[in-house]
Write a protein of this length. Structure first.
Length: 600
């Protein structure tokens, strides 16, 4: 780390560096007058920004001059590196920073266009002068070529300028279904184009489900080569999934605003969106003068940020209605769906990240007067070798009785205190029977596929549950969330804290039962257990229909009702033959019921 002889503001900057998240995004260096002097992008904001202030002697003359003039740092979290590049380009054009080399003009960015024709084509263009639906802009040709190559392998569509009446070479090599010759109906072709449109918008789930259904159907009909071809397409699409977060360019000109608040402060994020790309993003902290509501805060702040950003938008995307916005906003979009929902979620991630930075920095600047909770968190950070102070900790627990009414609960501790507004309940949807590992995998994937990750994930259940969490977070979601485990002794009392060491192995962290860190972890574990058990009891008490029939795997309420309506009671059902049961609910389900009651 450099010293004050190089940059007199280094002590304040050092505190700022500790609060920058390890997320992809864009950073801005500001001089003493608040002017942006450099804009950059990073896969890991914390590591990249920190690198400016270490190994100073090895830096170029330009970087040394930049470092000497940095007075403050501003960061914006984005979803992917692609989004970071687009935002970086926009900010460079807006501020013209002294130390930046200017990027290309907007017109150089390529788009994909689904043309407005009877049999649409998918075209690569740098000008928006073709009638159709545009997707992009893509930051470079490599990404676009990769996407086009995937689409060509997945779908058959025409590329000819003029449709003839006979199949061409593209049909013979499997790249086109030849609608020109009637070998593919217009409805079939439009279904293909709709799948391409959904893929470009990031709707991978339904497409994958349809492909898997087609694969299983082909395999059942012994069409194994066709099933294998579909399987290869599924693998290709799964590899590409989540690497592109391009928003439909039909979202042409909108603002997005979100807010978080506590008793004394509020944090607001404001973004401008043009043709599906984030071109402006700023977060601010506001000290409450009175007990203003979140809606009142947004009504006060949004007009200022709207003017400051020179916004021309006539639509604002919000998490809730704001009654006192000026008339220039013709439309408020509240709790949106689709692409607008993605933009709102991105703004939420930014304001959550900014709030965390502010709270962390405030705690660090208090020094010896820091609250006891912060000191405990600092010791926990050291014990687990965490990259940042664990201001946000989340912990999960499952609850069921022999697989009945399976649920899970999640609690969040913010700054070492329970944050009950952020507690979450989960009904287990995909797991049958008492399988705690599968239940844990389901809820963790559901939680972190859309929500901002915490600084630390605590898993109640020891090494096995830790490994399940790691596989979901790292292998399925591609995230990097620190994981620790809480193990209990044979008397169901917390007795061990577990973590992953540098070799990737699970190791025990030595903590005395009298340690304040141990007490915090025990409090979190007890709280999540209480929360999950309470939810489970509530669900059981509200259960409207359950018999010995619904406990049979594969037998639901509808089937149970049909049997009871026909035979009158569970006892009478047990006396029926397989043929009698089949006449009511079909042979497959009848076999399940008959086998269950006869133990055959």
């Amino acid at each position: 780390m450099i010293d004050a002889s190089i940059n007199p503001n280094i002590k304040r900057i050092a505190l700022r560096l500790k609060t920058i998240p390890e997320s992809p995004g864009v950073y801005q260096h500001l001089d003493a007058e608040g002017k942006v002097i450099y804009v950059g992008k990073a896969r890991n904001l914390h590591n990249r920004v920190s690198s400016y202030f270490s190994h100073y002697d090895d830096k170029s003359a330009k970087i040394k001059m930049l470092v000497r003039n940095i007075h403050d740092i501003r960061v914006t979290v984005v979803a992917t590196e692609v989004d970071a590049l687009l935002l970086e380009n926009s900010l460079i054009k807006r501020y013209q920073p002294r130390y930046n080399s200017l990027l290309k003009d907007d017109k150089s960015y390529p788009y994909l266009c689904i043309t407005d024709e009877e049999y649409p084509r998918l075209l690569h263009t740098r000008r928006r002068n073709i009638r159709g639906q545009y997707f992009g802009p893509y930051p470079n040709g490599r990404i676009l070529r990769e996407l086009q190559d995937i689409i060509r392998q997945l779908f058959q569509y025409r590329t000819c300028n003029i449709m003839g009446k006979r199949p061409c070479m593209k049909h013979q090599i499997g790249l086109c279904g030849a609608p020109c010759a009637g070998k593919q109906t217009r409805e079939e072709y439009q279904a293909t184009i709709e799948s391409i449109r959904r893929l470009l918008k990031g709707d991978f789930g339904d497409i994958l489900d349809e492909m898997k259904s087609q694969m299983y159907a082909a395999a059942e009909e012994l069409r194994f080569e066709e099933a294998e071809a579909i399987k290869r397409k599924i693998h290709l699409l799964e590899e590409y999934q989540a690497r592109s977060t391009v928003v439909d360019t039909n979202v042409k000109d909108v603002d997005v605003a979100t807010v978080l608040s506590d008793e004394h402060h509020a944090w607001v994020n404001f973004m401008r969106i043009k043709h599906g790309a984030v071109i402006y993003s700023i977060s601010n902290e506001i000290r409450k003068q009175l007990d203003e509501s979140d809606a009142e805060i947004l009504a006060t702040v949004i007009p200022t940020l709207h003017e400051q950003s020179q916004s021309t938008a006539t639509e604002v995307i919000l998490p809730f209605a704001v009654p006192d916005l000026p008339e220039e906003y013709l439309k408020q979009t509240v709790n949106p769906k689709g692409d607008r929902r993605k933009l709102l979620e991105l703004s939420v991630r930014n304001v959550e990240s900014y709030q965390k930075q502010c709270l962390h920095q405030r705690a660090l600047t208090q020094g010896d007067a820091a609250p006891q909770a912060v000191k405990v968190l600092e010791r926990l950070q050291k014990a687990l070798n965490l990259p940042t102070l664990p201001m946000e900790i989340e912990c999960f627990d499952n609850s069921n009785i022999q697989g009945a009414y399976p649920v899970a609960g999640m609690v969040r501790f913010s700054g070492g205190k329970p944050n009950r507004k952020e507690y979450r309940k989960f009904n287990i949807k995909t797991v049958e029977g008492p399988d705690d590992y599968a239940s844990m995998a389901e809820v963790i994937e559901r939680r972190y596929s859309k929500n901002t990750p915490p600084d630390l994930l605590l898993v109640d259940g020891g090494a096995g549950q830790m490994e399940v969490a790691r596989q979901v977070i790292q292998e399925r979601l591609g995230l990097n969330i620190p994981i620790a485990g809480l193990a209990k002794d044979d008397r169901h009392r917390t007795n061990e804290l577990l973590r992953y060491n540098d070799q990737g192995d699970i190791a025990v962290v030595g903590l005395k039962p009298t340690d304040a860190v141990f007490h915090l972890l025990e409090q979190i574990q007890n709280e999540v257990h209480r929360f999950a058990i309470t939810f489970h009891k509530d669900k059981r008490s509200k259960g409207t229909f359950r018999t010995a029939l619904t406990d049979i795997p594969g037998i639901g309420e509808k089937t149970a009702h049909e049997l009871l309506l026909r035979f009158g009671s569970v006892k009478q059902i047990q006396l029926q033959t397989l043929d009698d049961l089949s006449a009511v609910i079909g042979p497959a389900k009848a076999a399940m019921v008959y086998k269950h009651f006869t133990n055959q």
